[in-house]
Structure formats: structure tokens, C-alpha cells
Design a protein. Structure first.
Length: 649
């Protein structure tokens, strides 16, 4: 129902309030409207900018309570919420009768206005459906995409159109309904003879009246029943018909029924059972980062996966995982879902108000619906599978942007403009640190040239001079070593230079905030490289970019290729640092007390431990006992004893 329809329906709506502006410590603050002007009732509210454009739409069980959260000190608001409030000039609200109508109105207004501060669900593709055109005189099976229309029964969505065609090809021998276009149907009707599919028994040829309406409608109904997941009656009927044909010696007909049965069973195998019982479930999986999330939905009907859907969510507003799940549920079920509302919806985390969404979906379905997080069993396993699909799809989504040449060029140009660089950053080096409470302190350097990772230039550093947990001084050491190596290489003759550190970055990026930025600037300036190396820092929390000379961070547009590029190289530096840290930690934890003894190689160590009965026995052994081992040289025995007990006097 649209906003205009709500007015016509006689809802209590249309109260608009101009929001005054005040100033608190130099910050623009929205002033609370007079008491009692905002109703204590459910509804939707809309913030508008100075040009009258809707920039945010929300819903609330109580408009008065929810809107009061926006009035006050902006320092207490989440960053993106504060940004939205600063851009707003007015707030309006529409009061409705209950929570469900508030959800419907919010969805309608978001769809109508596309506010820039609302979470947006973007289909990453138009998924295909297997469709049965019940509104045709002779219903047709076909692949359809895009807008749904009345009179058509949809099954899916499927990941690929070829998956539909493979399934349909298997089923047409058992349910030979037409798949041809209207023009082809009329053409063969005029000719008085069927097409090739009619001759090979993959179509019952209604174009030449080879089947009557009642029988054809029965075929269509059975196909729909089969696609709904009720496969047992079809299999049972074909088996009975095959046995009956064989019993009366109609072996050719029995062979055809056998082939049809094999095709049906193969189609059933494509929709393997994923639950112990024949249940109707929608399973939602989510994976992403601070800016985006990939969502995968598996549709399970009667225990079988009959379709899936995927889309990407733009996290334009500050949302928790629970709020994100709430937005996804609204997007999935506010408009009529293709397979209806199931009895159960599995989600990775509980929604913001699970009870409300269960009541809402129960009203849509007409019977009880549960929204829950699976904890164990086959449903937990299915949830894990869907989440893994979401993770893989998110990686593909990011790599798709990274692999496109034009996207890379746009990213570099956009980054140059955003950071006000004198040149495009064709070579970017990013540095990150990793440690656990100061132990095994390491740094990483990853490189991108032309916005593509250049792994041959990756480098890793053991931090030598920093004691304890001090990322700032550790970063200073790593940057100094890297850039000093660059200067050393420049002193060498051209033909003697090694490629290891010989190329300077156009942009030096550090993972962190202002403290890391200041260290990087100081190192670059002290080494006299300030005129050729630009420096920036990328903070994890809000993806803010700090540059020298600016007190406030730069907010690069969320959907820009530049921000994706910075995120990718930052995440790669983080991964590379953690991997090296784990290697060092694992090596340290598995290192033996008798390692690094001169002359005691792997073979002798193994034999020593075996003959003496373990490392404890070796530690407790006297020098005479070690010297008594005929195969162990005296010099090695002395070195081993000295390593364990100190020098021999």
C-alpha cells in the first residue's frame, strides 16, 4: 500500500513539523518540537533536506519515543545518524493503526523516494524463474525474469537459466506441456502438424488438438504439484503404469514409462532432501563488511531446495546485525514472495523484534510462522551452507569490481581526486602490524600496481626495537626500514640495483588513524621523500581516510571505486600480517629445547629422543650419559649439554 493510498484509506496521517535548528558547542542540533505534537502511536517518519528531498525514512511503534532519540547532542549519535541529522531541515510523520502498517508504509516510502541514508537492498542480478502461464488457454512452461505478473505460477528463483532448462527437459517426457511461443503455436495450428517436440513426445501437441483440455489441465496440475515438492504421487503413478503395461505385455509402452520414471527420479535428485521432514523453510545467510553485505536466501519446500535468491545490501545507515536482519525480512516479504511465506524462516541472528516479525508473517501466511536462529542438527548445517554461499558470493562481488579494467582506472582517478594527489597512485603500498600482547610483533607491506595486487613485491618485517604493545613505534620502525632500503638502493649503480625495495610508492597507506598517519608523515619527511610519496591512513571503524594537513577525516563516497580499492589493499595487508604472525607463533610454540644445537640435525634429534625416552630424559641426562652414546660425537654431546645446563666447567 502506498503513502497516498494510506491517506485515502482514512488513516490518521499528514502531521508535518518544521524542525528548528539550534547550536550546541558549534554543532548544529535539531530542537525537540513542543510536547504533545508528536503522537505516541505507531507510524513512519521522514527526514527531509532543505530542498524538500526525503533523505531518511524510519518506522516506529511509538513515533514520540523514536523521534526523541534524534533531538539532543549530536556527539551522542552514531556517526552516520549524526550526518543525516545535520543534513535534515524538516521531519514529517504519518500515523497508522498498528506496527504492521508502519512496516508497509516505511517500505513503500523507501521504494518511492530511495532515501540516501536508508539501507538499500540491491539485486545483484535478475534471477530466472521456471514459470507456468496459467492465464493462457494452453498453459506454457518457460523461463522468465523481471517483474512478476498475475496469472503466472513461478518456481525458483534459480541461480542460472540453464538449471531450469535442464530440469524442464527431464520433466517434459512425463509432463509434456508446451514450451513454444504463441507465434509458433499458431503457426503449427495452421499447418495441422506438430513441431519436433511433439514427434519426440516432449509435447502433447495441443496445437493440433492431439489432447483435450481436461487431460492437458491434468498434466499442468501434476507438473505444478511435482515442482511444489510433492513428488511421491508422481513416482508411484508411473511405477504402477509401468507394471500394468508390462503385465499385459505392452513392453514398448512399459519401456517409455521406465524412461519417464528415470527422468523424474533424476529431476528429484537435483532437489535433494535437506531436512529430516518435508518442511517449508526459507534460510537466510549473510556475509559482508562495514559497507556492504551479501545476502543469500534458499527456498526449501517439502524438505527440498527449490530455488535461491541473492542480493547485495548497502549499509548506508548505522545498523546492528539484528537491524540488518529486520531490513532483509521486510525486503523479502513486504512484496508477495514468489513461493509464498513458509512456516519457518531461519536467520543467522535474531531480528530486532522477532516477535513482531513472527506476528507479521503469520498474518501474511494465515498460520503460525516462526523466525529463529538454528542451533543444531540439519537446519544448523543448512544455515551454515547458506552462509558459506553468501561469503563466496561476497568475494565474487568484490573481485568482479576489482577485475574490471575500467573500474580500476576509475578507482585510481577517483582516489587521486578524493585525496587531492598531484598524480594517480599507480603504485600503492599499505602497511599493517600484528601481534598478541607484544609477542611475535610483525609488520606487513602489500603492493598494488594499477589497482592489481603485485604479490612478488609483498614484504614482511619482524619488529626488533619495540617492547610491549606499541603499534605506533612498531609502524615507525617498519616504515623507516622500508624507505631507508629504498634510499640505499638508489645509491647503487643502476645495473646493480635489486628489485626488492627499489621502487617508491606513489601513495603510502597505513592502517590506523591520526597517530599512524603522523608517524608515516614524520618518517617520509625525515628521509627527504615528502615531495614524491603521498601519505594517507585508513581507519577500520568507519572507513575514514586521514590525510596530512586535515583535522577531520575524508569521507569517500560509500559506493565509489576508490573506497573499494582502499578497502581491498587494507584487508590484504591485514591478512598478510596475520598470516606471518601465526607462522612465527606456531614455530615458537613448537620449538624444542634441543633445537639449534650445532651438529644435532633432524636425524640425530629423532634418534636421541627415541633412545633416551623423550625430551625430559634428555634434559635430565648427565654429560657422561650423553658421551656414552657411541653414535653422538663428543663435540655435539658437549654442545647439547651446554645448551641445556650452561657451559661445562
Amino acid at each position: 500500500m502506498s503513502a497516498s493510498e494510506l491517506y485515502v484509506a482514512g488513516y490518521q496521517a499528514g502531521v508535518a513539523q518544521i524542525v528548528e535548528r539550534g547550536s550546541e558547542n558549534g554543532n548544529v542540533t535539531l530542537v525537540r518540537p513542543p510536547a504533545g505534537t508528536i503522537p505516541d502511536a505507531p507510524g513512519s517518519y521522514q527526514f527531509k533536506d532543505k530542498d524538500g528531498r526525503v533523505i531518511y525514512v524510519g518506522k516506529a511503534k511509538s513515533l514520540r519515543s523514536r523521534l526523541s532519540n534524534y533531538f539532543g547532542n549530536p556527539a551522542l549519535l552514531l556517526p552516520r545518524t549524526a550526518q543525516m541529522v545535520a543534513a535534515a531541515e524538516t521531519v514529517e510523520w504519518i500515523q497508522v493503526r498498528n506496527d504492521v502498517e508502519a512496516v508497509m508504509l516505511e517500505y513503500s516510502l523507501i521504494k518511492q523516494h530511495k532515501p540516501r541514508f536508508n539501507v538499500r537492498l540491491r539485486d545483484d542480478k535478475s534471477y530466472p524463474f521456471l514459470s507456468i502461464t496459467l492465464d493462457d488457454e494452453w498453459p506454457r512452461a518457460m523461463v522468465m525474469r523481471g517483474q512478476k505478473r498475475k496469472g503466472v505460477r513461478y518456481f525458483g528463483p534459480y541461480g542460472h537459466a540453464y538449471a531450469i532448462r535442464e530440469t524442464l527437459d527431464l520433466l517434459l517426457r512425463t509432463f509434456p506441456i508446451r514450451t513454444c511461443s504463441e507465434n509458433k503455436f499458431k503457426h503449427h495450428h495452421r499447418l495441422g502438424r506438430p513441431c519436433l517436440l511433439g514427434h519426440i513426445e516432449k509435447c502433447s501437441a495441443p496445437c493440433v488438438d492431439a489432447i483435450d483440455h481436461a487431460e492437458y489441465d491434468r498434466l499442468v496440475a501434476e507438473l505444478i504439484e511435482f515442482l511444489d515438492g510433492d513428488t511421491a504421487p508422481v513416482v508411484r503413478r508411473l511405477e504402477e503404469q509401468m507394471q500394468e503395461a508390462a503385465s499385459v505385455l505392452e513392453f514398448e509402452r512399459a519401456a517409455r514409462l521406465r524412461d519417464r520414471l528415470a527422468s523424474v527420479r533424476k529431476a528429484i535428485e537435483k532437489q535433494a532432501m535437506v531436512t529430516e521432514r518435508p518442511e517449508d523453510i526459507d534460510v537466510v545467510g549473510i556475509a559482508g563488511d562495514e559497507l556492504e553485505a551479501s545476502v543469500q536466501v534458499f527456498y526449501v519446500r517439502r524438505g527440498r531446495v527449490v530455488g535461491r535468491k541473492g542480493f547485495v545490501v548497502d549499509k548506508v545507515e548505522d545498523v546492528t546485525d539484528a537491524q540488518l536482519v529486520s531490513h532483509i525480512l521486510e525486503g523479502l516479504y513486504t512484496e508477495a514472495p514468489p513461493l509464498g511465506v513458509p512456516k519457518e524462516v531461519l536467520v543467522p541472528v535474531d531480528a530486532e523484534d522477532t516477535g513482531f516479525y513472527e506476528d507479521w508473517l503469520t498474518g501474511l501466511r494465515g498460520s503460525k510462522v516462526h523466525v529463529r536462529v538454528p542451533k543444531r542438527g540439519d537446519k544448523r548445517g543448512l544455515q551454515t551452507t547458506v552462509e558459506q554461499n553468501a561469503k563466496e558470493e561476497f568475494v565474487r562481488h568484490r573481485l568482479k569490481r576489482a577485475s574490471d579494467h575500467n573500474a580500476r582506472a576509475r578507482a585510481l582517478n577517483s582516489l587521486q581526486e578524493a585525496l587531492d594527489l598531484p598524480w594517480a597512485p599507480l603504485r600503492i603500498e599499505c602497511f599493517d602490524m600484528s601481534h598478541i600482547q607484544g609477542s611475535d610483533y610483525v609488520g606487513s607491506m602489500v603492493v598494488m600496481e594499477d589497482a592489481i595486487a603485485k604479490k612478488s613485491d609483498y614484504r614482511r618485517f619482524k619488529v626488533r626495537t619495540v617492547a610491549g604493545s606499541d603499534d605506533v613505534h612498531a609502524m615507525e620502525e617498519v616504515l623507516t626500514r622500508r624507505l631507508t632500503a629504498l634510499l640505499v638502493e638508489r645509491e647503487r649503480p643502476l645495473e646493480e640495483r635489486r628489485r626488492k625495495f627499489s621502487y617508491p610508492p606513489n601513495l603510502l597507506l597505513v592502517d590506523g588513524g591520526k597517530a599512524q598517519l603522523n608517524v608515516a608523515v614524520n618518517v617520509v619527511e625525515e628521509l627527504g621523500l615528502g615531495n614524491e610519496i603521498a601519505v594517507a591512513a585508513l581507519a577500520k571503524r568507519f572507513e575514514e581516510v586521514y590525510v596530512p594537513g586535515e583535522a577531520d577525516p575524508i569521507r569517500i563516497p560509500r559506493q565509489s571505486e576508490a573506497l573499494y580499492l582502499l578497502q581491498r589493499i587494507r584487508d590484504e595487508a591485514h591478512r598478510f600480517a596475520i598470516t606471518y604472525h601465526r607462522q612465527l607463533r606456531g614455530k615458537r610454540m613448537t620449538k624444542s629445547a634441543i633445537d639449534d644445537v650445532p651438529g644435532l640435525g633432524p636425524g640425530r634429534r629423532k634418534r636421541l629422543l627415541k633412545e633416551m625416552g623423550g625430551i625430559t630424559a634428555v634434559k635430565n641426562a648427565s654429560l657422561e650419559e650423553l658421551e656414552a652414546l657411541s653414535w653422538l660425537p663428543e663435540k655435539v654431546a658437549h654442545a647439547l649439554y651446554a645448551k641445556l645446563h650452561g657451559p661445562v666447567e
